[in-house]
Every structure is written in structure tokens, then in C-alpha cells.
Design a binder for this molecule. Structure first.
Ligand SMILES: [Zn+2]
Ligand SMILES: [Zn+2]
Length: 234
């Protein structure tokens, strides 16, 4: 006896509960996904907020967010893949495919959803825009710096902080000053200030001294300090 789909008459297998795979998946909500996924988006660093955290918008990050919004029914060992198409208006169209086994047959279901950014500013960018700085890096020389030296150190510091920001969102240059015999840099994060001072010391064969100032106590009773890393060049 030949198998055929009672819905469309197709004799093309495989069959799931007597229906062809196409009719079966159409009839059932094997994959449920909201048609629109709204995510707070920071225009300064391009991160989105998900479960109280600000994350990047790499394909892996967005896929993890979509998978968490999806509900899969009756498919054994489901595997997801997501195809993203950024639109001109800032939204991103996402085609979500889930593959899995049902009654031994391989089944694939697709849903289209729209990722919509909502405007917001992330905590780090908020801090960076409000003159927040956990560290100060001082560069000190035996004599005043020439203009081109000032320019050279400033662009070096900016480039290094930009590079560090991928891992540490607070590594931003808040301000910089020319002072007698040197330069001061205000840096968002303590960690970035420390790394930067090590790098400058290596480049200039300088020596680092570290000090800190108590800035207050936070709600949980922890002391807040501002660190100064001074690089002295002979
Ligand atoms: Zn059919
Ligand atoms: Zn941001």
C-alpha cells in the first residue's frame, strides 16, 4: 500500500503521523516566536539590553536572545539557526529555523521575526558621559612636552582605550590636560587606567607609582577609590 498525505495528497515521504512533513508542520505550532522582539539599544556603543545585561549585537548574541524567546514543541533535539538581515530603519529581520526529529523524520520549521531597537543609554555610556572616572594616569617627563609629543601621546592613549573597550565598556578617555612637564588622563575604569600605565611605562621606560584617594562609600559599605597611576620618565 502506498502512503499518501490525507491533506494534500502528496506521496513524497517522510510522513509524520500519516501527514507529509509540510502539512504536518503547517498544521501545528511547532515553533512559536513573537513577531516583534523589542530590545533597549544604546546608540553610543551599539549594545542591547537583555535580562538586565548589556550585550553586543554579534550574531551569536542575537541568536541566543531569539532562542530564549522561542517555544519549541514536540521536536526532539532541536537545533536553531538564525539568518539576520539588518534593515535601513535600524530594525533587523530575523529568519529563525529550527530543525529536529519527530517520529524519526527530520523536520524543519521557520518563523520570521523583527528585532526592534528601543532607545536607551547603557550604564557604562551613562557613566562615561557624566565625567565618571575611576583612575587618573599621569605621564611625567624631565621637561615640558612639545605640541607634537602631546598630540602623539593623546592619540596613542585614545587608540589603546578604544581597543580595550571591547572587553571593558568603561575604558574611555574622560578628559586630558597638559600640565607642567607632562600630561594627565582621566580614565573611566580603574582596570583600563592600570593597563594603560603599564603600556606607557613600557613604551617610555618609565617607572610607575600608584596611589589612591578615598571617594566615599557605596550602599553596600564598600569603599570607593580613585586610583592615580603616575608614570615617571627619566
Ligand atoms: Zn501534505
Ligand atoms: Zn552604551
Amino acid at each position: 500500500m502506498k502512503n499518501f498525505c490525507p491533506q494534500c495528497g502528496s506521496e513524497q515521504g517522510p510522513f509524520v503521523k500519516n501527514f507529509c512533513v509540510k502539512c504536518f508542520t503547517q498544521a501545528r505550532q511547532l515553533l512559536e516566536l513573537p513577531p516583534v522582539v523589542e530590545l533597549p539599544h544604546c546608540p553610543h556603543c551599539n549594545k542591547v539590553r537583555f535580562r538586565e545585561k548589556w550585550v553586543g549585537q554579534s550574531e551569536a548574541d542575537l541568536q541566543a536572545i531569539l532562542v530564549s524567546k522561542a517555544r519549541v514543541r514536540e521536536l526532539a533535539s532541536p537545533r536553531f539557526s538564525v539568518e539576520l538581515s539588518p534593515q535601513e530603519n535600524g530594525t533587523t529581520q530575523a529568519l529563525v529555523t529550527v530543525r529536529g526529529k519527530m517520529d524519526g523524520a527530520e523536520v524543519a520549521v521557520q518563523r520570521l521575526t523583527l528585532i526592534k531597537p528601543l532607545s536607551g543609554t547603557c550604564d557604562s555610556c551613562m557613566k562615561l558621559s557624566s565625567y565618571y572616572h575611576e583612575s587618573i594616569v599621569q605621564l611625567r617627563f624631565p621637561k615640558d612636552l612639545e605640541n607634537d609629543e602631546v598630540h602623539g601621546y593623546r592619540s596613542l592613549v585614545k587608540a589603546e582605550l578604544d581597543r580595550m573597550r571591547e572587553e571593558d565598556p568603561l575604558s574611555g578617555l574622560i578628559d586630558s590636560f597638559v600640565v607642567p612637564k607632562g600630561l594627565d588622563f582621566f580614565i573611566g575604569s580603574k582596570h583600563a587606567g592600570k593597563k594603560l600605565s603599564l603600556l606607557l611605562a613600557r613604551k617610555t621606560h618609565g617607572k610607575i607609582t600608584r596611589s589612591f584617594k578615598l571617594m566615599g562609600v557605596n550602599k553596600s559599605g564598600k569603599e570607593k577609590k580613585r586610583y592615580t597611576f603616575c608614570v615617571r620618565v627619566k
